[in-house]
Design a protein around this ligand. Structure first.
Ligand code: AMP
Ligand code: MG
Length: 320
């Protein structure tokens, strides 16, 4: 029997028993549990096989709820929250004392956002606790952007996936922390850096592990297909290096004319970066099913969401 359902009342009942439900958001599907339940939070880490040093994002229903979670909100954090919530912006703020250490990996900060999906907002509003909801995939693998992706990963582990359709943005939230009063991007994501800067002025980006020891989880290898994946500027040049291999090409907008390519996906024929982001993970899931020897991915233009997509592709292409 399928675990996919649109029954929000059932989702609420399962969460109130401190069990897990996968929920839709505009970024990717999340594996959700009550932040105040040790049982639920441990189940999230165990189901995902996620290391405990990797903190979870707390999902709240509305901006007034922030005071229950954060002990201090810098002025620029408030401006960003007002501009982008509900939406794909996660703020890392000093935490309230009652936020469990399991959620924050023992840190004195908490990551928080309001997701922008009607079903999940309704669910959050009906609960009297916030939800921790990391991406609903085994640690390190490709994030899920459809209910079906989640079912494939976890049909034996969880009772229900709340079906909210395909995720509209398709890559994870942009994570912004603070050094004093100054915003710092810890993870590029589905809100473009330029859009944040239009609200609060220029922002430092520290999204590499060595720059951001404060943001565990920015692991070099992440979001990765099982198939060997290579990120290049010129697909044509790379193809020449793989004679006789079964090649898949993940191109931005222009198809590659080469008869040796076995499988081909174009992220956006019109060269639209939003569309490319929304399709990225589904394309990687699809490629991974084709029994290819190698996936050659084309680097996108390095601005707007192109920069966030390149970040994910870089992490998908680090070999273990
Ligand atoms: P996700 O796997 O999409 O749920 O993202 C969770 C990520 O948020 C973690 O891997 C961290 O990079 C980041 N994060 C969560 N909480 C914190 C925190 N307190 N301080 C810094 N980064 C955090
Ligand atoms: Mg994740």
């Amino acid at each position: 029997m399928s675990i996919i359902s649109t029954d929000i009342t059932r989702a609420k009942a399962i969460l109130e028993q401190n069990d897990l439900v996968a929920i839709p958001t505009e970024t990717v599907y999340g594996l959700a549990g009550n932040i105040y339940s040790e049982k639920a939070i441990k189940a999230i880490f165990e189901t995902k096989k996620r290391p405990f040093f990797n903190p979870l994002i707390v999902h709240i229903p509305h901006i007034n709820y922030l005071e229950n979670v954060a002990s201090y909100v810098p002025e620029k954090a408030r401006q960003l929250a007002e501009a982008f919530w509900p939406g794909s912006l996660t703020l890392v703020l000093p935490k309230k004392a009652n936020i469990p250490d399991l959620i924050t990996a023992g840190k004195d900060t908490v990551a928080v956002r309001i997701p922008n999906h009607p079903l999940t907002l309704k669910l959050l509003e009906s609960l009297d606790f916030p939800l921790a909801a990391p991406s609903a995939n085994p640690f390190g693998s490709i994030s899920p952007t459809t209910a079906k992706h989640v079912e494939t990963y976890f049909k034996n582990d969880i009772q229900m996936v709340l079906d909210g359709g395909p995720c509209q943005h398709g890559i994870e939230s942009t994570i912004v922390g603070f050094e004093g009063e100054n915003p710092v991007v810890y993870r590029l994501g589905s809100i473009a850096l330029e859009d944040l800067e239009a609200v609060v002025g220029s922002i430092l980006v520290k999204n590499k592990k060595e720059q951001a020891p404060d943001a565990p989880g920015m692991l070099e290898r992440h979001y990765a297909p099982k198939t060997q994946t290579i990120l290049v500027d010129s697909v044509i040049e790379e193809i020449k290096k793989h004679p006789g291999e079964k090649i898949g090409v993940l191109a931005f907008k222009t198809p590659v004319q080469d008869s040796t390519v076995a499988y081909h996906i174009i992220l956006s024929e019109n060269g639209n970066l939003n569309e490319a982001a929304a399709r990225l993970y589904d394309a990687l899931h699809d490629m991974d099913k084709q029994d290819l020897d190698v996936i050659i991915a084309e680097r996108l233009p390095d601005y707007g969401l192109g920069r966030s997509i390149n970040d994910r592709l870089e992490r998908a292409t680090v070999s273990t």
